[in-house]
Design a protein around this ligand. Structure first.
Ligand SMILES: [Zn+2]
Length: 181
């Protein structure tokens, strides 16, 4: 299984400037998930230049409403914006996926992962995404269709989730046809 990297046809906030500065952040948009994410974001921003405008937003989790608002904020983004995402892995990756969809490139998105315990698992049967603490190789119940899914190593950056496959899919009923001798 290969995941094709999604390269947006254009970037809504291109890197660089005519002066050749490649990492000149003009402003920061920080999205922090939970108290740990906030701590990590504040730590990062404390090191950034104090003259750089920063908007820091703290939310509990990367739910649909938050991601929609984030998408809208990115739509108003200016050249030189750096996006900082801080918090648990599942939330950070979900937001990163939105940022890439909005045209951001890798160097414009800064990640600070505070906990990597929860992961998003994509169900190919019903397309639901389930957040779980289970590790790769373990089973979980799909939140969309209740199927038992095993968490595969395959990670999709586009959907920011691991692939789940049906745990009993391997157990194909054996129909051995014996030819009478
Ligand atoms: Zn499902």
């Amino acid at each position: 299984m290969n995941s094709t990297p999604i390269i947006p046809p254009f970037s809504s906030f291109p890197l660089g400037s005519p002066t050749g500065r490649s990492d000149g952040a003009v402003s920061y948009l920080a999205l922090a998930f939970g108290p740990k994410g906030l701590g990590a974001a504040e730590e990062f921003l404390a090191c950034a230049s104090s003259s750089t405008p920063t908007s820091l937003c703290t939310v509990p989790a990367a739910d649909t409403r938050v991601l929609e608002a984030f998408r809208a904020a990115l739509g108003r983004a200016r050249v030189g914006l750096r996006i900082l995402l801080a918090g648990p892995e599942a939330d950070v990756y979900a937001a990163r996926s939105v940022a890439f969809e909005a045209g951001a490139v890798e160097s414009e998105v800064l990640l600070s992962i505070t906990e990597a315990v929860s992961r998003r698992v994509y169900c190919p049967h019903c397309t639901a995404t389930t957040v779980t603490d289970a590790v790769i190789g373990r089973e979980l119940e799909c939140s969309g269709c209740d199927r038992s899914l095993v968490i595969d190593h395959h990670f999709s950056r586009r959907t920011a989730s691991y692939l789940g496959y049906m745990s009993d899919a391997e157990e194909v009923p054996q129909t051995v046809e014996r030819v009478a001798a």
